[in-house]
Design a protein around this ligand. Structure first.
Ligand code: ASP
Length: 431
């Protein structure tokens, strides 16, 4: 059995959904399709999920979501008409959803409705069963998958039947709709693949696999034929957006192979993601932008037991969870996603930390990026030296280096403005 997950661009309109049908029907092992909400049909277009979040924000501000929701309704109705799907009572469902959003059911409920409607229309078009994720996927408050999910899914999925399941959401143990983080339909696909013991998990998107570098930066970047679980996680962490970083966990222990394929070019081989790799060193380079940096200093900082932990706890109080840390004899540097805190929150945090811990100095600055050279065995190859040399030759200053913390990556801190040039320089040197 194969589980096939289709991302937003693969279900963006009726024409795309016809391609999905052709793919699903071309191999009878494809038993379950997991679908995203319709994505962008062109560069200027809006994702349905973004519109749904907008609807919720309007309600939060005391307004009705009606004007934005009308755009959503129009898209689904047009899609259903073109596909000649008229059995799903779409107009009534759309009205119900709009009323519930207006009544303040919250961001998770609103965002989840894109996947819900998408799966309803697609299941009807295919003549496959619709299984609501709300009845089968249990999500904990911290957005992780609840243990009850596998059993619930196994109970709901009858052998021999074909299903369409909406991605991205489920419900909590208390029965409240909850979503994963953005791009979370990849996680749903992975959970379903595990529950049915799939032989393959296909991830259909609008590119022909995972590239050695972002093709918007390196035009002629190659597609990587094969990657390991570890490599794909490392790569997502440094900004490559093709596969959700948390989607490996559900299948990690059973090793289901994944393939990333292009809905618009289904015969392209794509990228296979396997539990292990040959460990031949660097396979890709990517940069994660949008990071801020905290630098703090205090003489004998670590003399007091538990200091690191206490400081981190205080950061968490201000909503900051650092992604990368560096420690000196009297200093700490943390990098975190800039979206985690506004300037005023950063100022308040600095003031509180300085006072409470008697720091000599603390400052926050923005515009940082992390460049990752990824590949199993990178730590024992020449990739580190070659990358450092390439950055030096391109006149790019590094703010830190992380070598040795993982056998599958080397990380360089660079300024955000240099990130694209850094990717180009390292790609040229390595591939
Ligand atoms: N529709 C959701 C998003 O845009 C989830 C997904 O597509 O995987 O993030």
């Amino acid at each position: 059995m194969i589980v096939s997950k289709f991302g937003g661009s693969s279900v963006a309109d009726a024409d795309q959904i016809r391609k999905v049908k052709a793919i699903l029907e071309s191999d009878e092992r494809r038993m379950v399709a997991v679908v995203s909400a319709p994505g962008k049909r062109n560069k200027e277009d809006q994702k349905i999920t973004d519109l749904l979040y907008k609807c919720n924000s309007l309600v939060q501000k005391g307004q009705t979501c009606r004007p934005v929701f009308n755009e959503i309704s129009k898209r689904f109705i047009q899609m259903a008409q073109k596909l000649k799907v008229d059995d799903v009572k779409l107009s009534e469902r759309l009205d119900d959803i709009r009323c519930s959003i207006d009544a303040g059911r919250g961001a998770d409920y609103a965002a989840s409705r894109g996947e819900y409607l998408s799966a309803l229309v697609i299941s009807e078009f295919l003549g496959w069963e619709f299984l609501d994720a709300e009845d089968a996927i249990v999500i904990n408050q911290d957005s992780t998958v609840n243990e009850a999910t596998s059993q619930r899914l196994a109970e709901k999925l009858e052998p021999g039947k074909r299903y369409v399941i909406p991605g991205f959401y489920g419900e909590t143990e208390q029965g409240v709709i909850k979503t994963f983080t953005r791009g979370g339909s990849d996680i749903t696909g992975s959970i379903v693949a595990r529950a049915i013991g799939a032989e393959l998990y296909e991830n259909w998107t609008d590119v022909s696999g995972i590239y050695r570098a972002d093709p918007r930066i390196v035009e002629d970047a190659e597609v990587i034929p094969e990657l390991s679980y570890k490599e794909v996680r490392e790569l997502s962490d440094v900004g490559a957006s093709v596969f959700h970083e948390e989607a490996i966990a559900p299948i990690y222990s059973i090793g289901i192979p994944i393939v990333v394929k292009n809905t618009n070019r289904p015969s392209d081989p794509g990228t296979r993601i396997l539990p292990e790799s040959a460990g031949n060193g660097a396979v890709a380079v990517s940069a994660r932008t949008g990071l801020s940096r905290i630098r703090l200093r205090k003489l004998m900082l670590f003399k007091k037991y538990g200091m690191r932990h206490a400081l981190l706890t205080m950061l968490h109080v201000f909503g900051i969870r650092p992604s990368y840390s560096l420690f000196g004899i009297d200093s700490i540097v943390w990098f975190f996603d800039s979206k985690m805190a506004s300037d005023s929150v950063c100022d308040a945090m600095c003031e509180r930390l300085k006072k409470e811990f008697g720091l000599d100095s603390i400052e926050v600055d923005h515009g940082h990026a992390i460049l990752g050279v990824v590949g199993d065995g990178t730590d024992s190859s020449d990739a580190y030296l070659a990358s450092a040399e390439a950055l030096k030759n391109a006149d790019i200053r590094t703010t830190f280096v992380n070598y040795g913390s993982s056998s599958a990556s080397v990380l360089f801190g660079v300024k955000e403005d240099d990130a694209a040039d850094a990717v180009k320089a390292v790609y040229k040197a390595l591939f």
